[in-house]
Design a protein around this ligand. Structure first.
Ligand code: NAD
Length: 304
C-alpha cells in the first residue's frame, strides 16, 4: 500500500531551503497539508526573511498542493505557538512535525565562545523543544502524532570544529527517547534522522563528485516513512545518497565487581570484559539499566 498523507497536516521547520524544502514538497505531493516554516536566515543564523518559505509554498500550490508559509523563529515560544494556532485554524489537525531548522557556528573548541554555543543550541535543541511542546497537547488529544527530530552524524560520531552543533544534535537523541516513552500511549511516535546531503550547509565541505550524489531528494523517502502512519518509533535513521541505516545505542554485557576487585585497578583488569561488544544490549528506559546492575550486585551477594 502506498504511503499517503491525505487529510494529514505536517509542519516542517526550516523548510524554505535544503532538506526541509524537499520534505515539504514530497509531503504535499502525497496529499499532506503543509506548514512551511522558515525564518529565512543565513547559514550562521544571521538576517531573516519570509521569502524562502513563501517560495516553497508557491511551488507546492503550483503543483496542486496545499500549504501555508510561516516565518516563526523556532526558538521563539510565542511565535511557534502562533504558528501552531494558525495551522489548527486552517487545517484543524497537526499530525506530523519535522524539526529540521538549523544553523552552524563552526569553530575549533579553543575559539568557540559561549555565544556560539548558545546560538546553536537555541535553534536546534531549544527550537525542537519549543516546537514539540507547541504540538504535544494537540497530538495527545488526537491520539495521533509523528515527530521527527533532526540529529546528525556529528552528534552521533563527532566532528572537528563543531562542539556546539555536536552537543545540540546529541541532545536530539535524548529528547527522542523521552518523547517516545511519554508519547507512546497516545500513538505519538518519535524518531531521529542523521542526514547527510548537498545543501548550503555542506557546500565546500565535501568534494563536488560526492555532493553530486547527495541531493536532498535521496533522503526524503526515509523521512516520509518516519512520519507516516506505519512509522516505527525511537528509530535513529542515518540517511544520505540513497543509503538508509539504523544507528543504535547499546550497552555491553559488562561485568560486576565487588570486594577487592571494586577498585580502579579492578576496573582496569576487567576493562576487556567491560568493553567487549559481544552480546550488547538495548534498554527501553533507564530503569532497565539500573535493574540489571542491581540484579548483578544482588546475585554476587547471593541474594538473587
Ligand atoms: P539549510 O541551511 O539549507 O536549511 C536550514 C533552514 O533552516 C534554512 O532555510 C534556515 O533559514 C532555517 N532556519 C535557521 N534557523 C531558523 C530558525 N531559528 N527558525 C526557523 N528556521 C530557521 O540546511 P540543511 O542542510 O537543509 O539542514 C537541515 C537540517 O539537517 C539541519 O537541522 C541540519 O543541522 C541537519 N543536517 C544537515 C546535514 C547536511 O548534510 N546537510 C547533515 C546533518 C544534519
Amino acid at each position: 500500500m502506498s504511503i499517503r498523507f491525505d487529510g494529514r497536516t505536517a509542519i516542517v521547520t526550516g523548510a524554505g531551503a535544503g532538506l526541509g524544502r524537499a520534505y515539504a514538497l514530497a509531503l504535499a505531493a502525497r496529499g499532506a497539508r503543509v506548514v512551511v516554516n522558515d525564518l529565512g536566515v543565513g547559514r550562521d543564523g544571521a538576517g531573516g526573511s519570509s521569502e524562502a518559505a513563501e517560495r516553497v509554498v508557491a511551488e507546492i500550490r503550483a503543483a496542486g498542493g496545499e500549504a501555508i508559509a510561516d516565518g516563526a523563529d523556532v526558538s521563539d515560544e510565542t511565535a511557534v505557538e502562533a504558528m501552531v494556532a494558525r495551522a489548527l485554524a486552517r487545517f484543524e489537525r497537526v499530525d506530523a512535525l519535522i524539526c529540521n531548522a538549523g544553523i552552524l557556528r563552526d569553530k575549533s573548541f579553543g575559539k568557540m565562545t559561549l555565544a556560539d554555543f548558545r546560538a546553536v543550541l537555541d535553534v536546534h535543541l531549544t527550537g525542537a523543544f519549543v516546537c514539540c511542546k507547541a504540538v504535544w497537547e494537540t497530538m495527545r488529544a488526537q491520539g495521533y502524532g509523528r515527530i521527527l527530530l533532526t540529529s546528525s552524524g556529528v552528534g552521533l560520531y563527532g566532528n572537528f570544529g563543531q562542539a556546539n552543533y555536536a552537543a545540540a544534535k546529541a541532545g536530539m537523541i535524548g529528547l527522542m527517547h523521552a518523547l517516545h516513552i511519554e508519547g507512546k500511549k497516545h500513538d505519538i511516535r518519535v524518531n531521529a534522522l542523521a542526514p547527510t546531503a548537498a545543501t548550503r550547509m555542506t557546500e565546500g565541505l565535501l568534494p563536488p563528485d560526492a555532493l553530486a550524489l547527495m541531493a536532498p531528494e535521496t533522503i526524503t523517502p526515509g523521512v516520509l516513512y518516519l512520519v507516516s502512519e506505519r512509522a516505527p518509533s525511537r528509530f535513529i535513521m542515518g540517511a544520505g545518497a540513497g543509503a538508509f541505516a539504523r544507528a543504535l545505542i547499546l550497552e555491553t554485557q559488562g561485568t560486576h565487581l565487588s570486594g577487592a576487585a571494586l577498585t580502579p585497578e579492578g576496573v582496569e583488569a576487567a576493562f576487556g570484559r567491560i568493553a567487549d561488544p559481544a552480546g550488547a544490549l538495548a534498554f527501553n528506559d533507564t530503569y532497565e539499566q539500573t535493574e540489571r546492575y542491581v540484579r548483578a550486585a544482588a546475585a554476587a551477594r547471593g541474594e538473587s
